[in-house]
Design a protein around this ligand. Structure first.
Ligand code: FMN
Length: 324
């Protein structure tokens, strides 16, 4: 497949694995890149820039293909050493960075000077245009259905993607709700040059997470996600569990008076317990509505090959026949 995204990143298929806290380790990133997509290591999962440098080296031992690093700029309890992480990326000769969250402007120039391509993930056309104006090479447009932080505008991808296509000069990928060849064909039809997937990649053999997590995704439906932290303007789409129900009760009870401290037990330090230990109820963890489309745990290569085969079949088969 050839799109502006495959050309930009030097990859075979326009399929990116989005950064995922405590999921985007070298094993998954390398598997995605080896299968022809773009794998991404999640920068902040590594506690220090030195740890990130080691993870980059580990990934490079597992693949000779291009891979990226995600740098997430979110309101966090501690203050990560972003300049240190950027240094680790540049010195590690990583060629792509996926930024997300707050405006990455402060770091874009340094990354670009070092020859690193920047793809910024955002949830609105105005933020996508801002990313374009500060020199990002591409954007990931994350619709309301996405796992993680969908922003506060609640615009689903059937509207957001064509809006982005109408406004942007730089290429973009569709993110949120992407699972299979139908998603890829639809995203391309709506003007995107590829797809970014999070939740779907967790249910793969190589994803370095506890089996309980993969089985939870297979058992869940599209009705099983919830939005939490909206009153804090830090909305996150998560898989419903006992901790999530507690957050929702607190949000209802405290209303506009709620503070981050009120939910900190349910949201801070949760990921290692869920992803490593399989303690599914340890707190709130991100999951997209696309969970309703996940029914198996293939290898990453099986998943990517299947997506490409299905999308190609739709484009040259079903769609071509409709207009023949
Ligand atoms: C468990 C999980 C953890 C995530 N962690 C991050 C993160 O640390 N940084 C980030 O930019 N995006 C994060 N995301 C968002 C994904 O990169 C991606 O944008 C999103 O999952 C796309 O929606 P989908 O799940 O419908 O594919 C996370 C998503 C999930 C499911």
């Amino acid at each position: 497949m050839k799109t502006k995204i495959t050309e930009l990143f030097g990859i075979e298929y326009p399929i990116i694995q989005g950064g995922m806290h405590h999921v985007g380790l070298a094993e998954l990133a390398a598997a995605v890149s080896n299968a022809g997509g773009l794998g991404v290591i999640t920068g902040l999962t590594q506690r220090t820039p030195d740890d990130l440098a080691a993870e980059i080296r580990r990934c490079r031992e597992m693949t000779d293909k291009a891979f990226g690093v995600n740098l997430t700029f979110l309101p966090t309890v501690n203050h990560p050493d972003y300049p240190g992480y950027v240094r680790a990326i540049v010195e590690g000769e990583v060629k792509v960075v996926e930024t997300a969250g707050n405006n990455p402007q402060q770091y874009v120039a340094a990354l670009k000077e070092a020859g690193v391509k920047v793809i910024h993930k955002c949830t609105s056309v105005r933020h996508a245009l801002k990313a374009e104006s500060i020199g990002c090479d591409a954007v990931s447009v994350d619709g309301f259905e996405c796992g993680g932080h969908p922003g506060e505008d609640d615009v689903p991808n059937f509207i957001l993607l064509p809006r982005a296509a109408d406004e942007l000069q730089i290429p973009f990928v569709a993110s949120g709700g992407m699972a299979d060849g139908r998603s890829l064909a639809a995203a391309l039809s709506l003007g995107a040059d590829g797809i970014n997937m999070g939740t779907r990649f967790i249910a793969t053999r190589e994803a370095p997470v506890h089996e309980n997590v993969k089985q939870a995704l297979i058992g869940a439906t599209e009705l099983d996600t919830r939005l939490v932290m909206r009153p804090l303007r830090n909305t996150e789409r998560v898989l419903r569990n006992a901790a999530v129900d507690r957050i929702i009760e607190k949000e209802a009870a405290l209303g506009a008076n709620i503070r981050f401290e009120d939910v900190v037990d349910e949201v801070a330090g949760v990921y290692p317990r869920v992803m490593k230990e399989g303690a599914l109820d340890a707190g709130a963890w991100s999951c997209g509505m696309v969970v309703g489309l996940i029914r198996d745990v293939p290898t990453v290569k099986e998943l990517i090959d299947r997506i490409v085969r299905e999308a190609t079949g739709i484009i040259v088969g079903r769609l071509a026949r409709i207009v023949a």
